[in-house]
Ligand binder design. Structure first.
Ligand code: GAP
Length: 453
């Protein structure tokens, strides 16, 4: 099958917009930054919250068969023995004998240093988990790890959840949280970070139904991205070959996104079989079985795991939403964010700073911000203010002009089409609610009309 050529969204443009408009900054920038760690700025934090809320809503709030969890980042060190991370969560590392740069050997094309062409050492395995110490003693006995995935918190709480929620199979646990990996190869902006956030589901099923649930979750998760506006042609499913399967996985598919650097993993969906519950039962000495009322037998459920990255989702959404248009002799940069994800839903813009306009606009702002993240902006020309909102993906602007003082109406302008309607101020909230929910702009409220400047 031929694959589409990667689209021409330069990563530099995305990085620059994120920096310029306050989505994402390098971590501890005033000290020169910290490699592969990033800070989400005022708009980035809203985008991330919206992604997480949309995910939580789809996988917990709107389902009967899922519950949430927020486990601690630091876990008992035996967790990582049982999970196989202490032994197996390692990448093959080589070092250049001349420039001493380090590389993941399985990422390299040739057998010399990609930077200076020097000779490389033999590969040795480098564990990706960050180590630290619990309590005030820095000794081997007090070593703990920053979790490299959120998953283990859900496996070790399996019994707690079954006992406290009385959930019957099939059911799942969902968790959002930070994970840490001391990655050897980093880069591509927030694609591969050392500190990142995951949104993971562990879905427990009867063993004989694993295939059915595996297929179900692949489709469900792929559709989630499409519903949030990611173009279907920029997503693909890729099955893991036998030799790339993780030690715990029986089968795995990646949902790949066509990032600026090419196709790469956005989310992985694995059939983990009974690996995790068997391992934790064996290391903890606790029985982690499930009593099946139908067959009157204790069974070990299989686990289907859709595991997504918040940062990779944010990057995919930014790349997918990015657009440039020529308008009135200048380039209009815009982000076509789905309204659910847009950091700011509405901007309120008085045409001028005249007190009479400002007081009406500020009242509208005060009313609308009860419901959404709303910006108020009265600096510079109206054209520039529209461009600023387009560039951060604000779906709607509300403009208050001199006529508003007479007819008590304001203009709603739509980001993507530039279409405008005129709406009674008393109808603004209901109208915006409907438009943000997907109603076309030209469905008018009582007293509303199509508007041309
Ligand atoms: N519990 C299974 C698991 O952690 P994974 O494929 O290693 O599987 C799942 O990670 C998801 O976490 C990936 O699809 C990706 O979105 C995100 N992820 C993994 N490593 C990452 C990193 N270094 N930076 C950003 N996101 C990462």
């Amino acid at each position: 099958m031929t694959e589409p050529t990667p689209r021409k969204v330069d990563m530099e443009k995305i990085v620059s917009l994120c920096r310029r408009r306050g989505f994402i900054f390098p971590s501890s920038e005033i000290y020169g930054g910290l490699s592969s760690c990033w800070d989400y700025g005022p708009l980035g934090v809203e985008l991330k919250q919206n992604i997480k809320q949309a995910w939580w809503r789809a996988v917990v709030q709107e389902r009967d068969d899922m519950v949430g969890l927020d486990a601690s980042i630091l876990m008992h060190p035996q967790t990582w023995e049982a999970s196989g991370h202490l032994k197996g969560f390692a990448d093959p590392l080589v070092e250049c004998k001349s420039c001493h740069l380090r590389w993941r050997s399985d990422d390299l094309k040739g057998d010399s240093c990609p930077s200076c062409g020097g000779e490389l050492t033999e590969p040795h395995l480098f564990n990706l988990m960050f180590k630290t110490f619990i309590g005030p003693i820095e000794e081997q006995a007090s070593v703990v790890y920053l979790r490299p995935e959120t998953a283990q918190g859900m496996f070790v709480n399996f019994e707690n959840v079954v006992n406290t929620t009385r959930k019957r199979l099939p059911f799942g646990i969902a968790q959002i949280g930070k994970a840490f990996r001391n990655e050897i190869t980093t880069g591509n902006f927030i694609f591969r970070c050392r500190e990142f956030e995951q949104m993971e589901i562990e879905f427990f099923v009867k063993p004989e139904t694993d295939k059915q649930w595996f297929d179900y979750w692949i489709e469900e998760r792929l559709n989630w991205y499409v519903k949030l506006g990611i173009k279907r042609e920029n997503l693909r499913l890729r099955q893991h070959t036998k030799d790339e399967l993780a030690h715990y996985a029986r089968e795995c598919y990646d949902i790949d996104y066509l990032y600026p650097m090419g196709w790469a993993e956005l989310e992985g969906i694995a059939n983990r079989g009974d690996f995790d519950l068997v391992q934790h039962a064996s290391f903890s000495g606790k029985s982690l079985t499930y009593y099946d009322e139908e067959t009157k037998q204790h069974i070990i459920p299989y686990i289907i795991e859709p595991s997504a990255g918040v940062d990779r989702t944010a990057l995919a959404l930014l790349c997918d939403a990015y657009d440039e248009e020529q308008a009135e002799g200048e380039t209009r940069v815009l982000l076509h964010f789905h309204p659910t994800l847009a950091p700011i839903k509405v901007a309120v813009l008085p045409l001028s700073r005249r007190e009479s306009l400002v007081s009406v606009a500020k009242q509208i702002y005060a009313d609308l911000r009860q419901h959404w993240m709303v910006n108020y902006d009265d600096a510079q020309s109206i054209g520039r203010r529209y461009r600023r909102q387009d560039e951060i993906g604000t779906p709607f602007c509300v403009t208050v002009d001199f006529q508003s003082l007479e007819d008590e109406q304001a203009t709603i302008r739509e980001r993507d089409t530039l279409n405008q309607i005129r709406v009674p101020i008393s109808e603004l909230e209901n109208t915006l609610q409907a438009k943000l929910g997907g109603e076309p702009l030209f469905v008018l409220p009582p007293g509303g009309r199509i508007w041309k400047e």
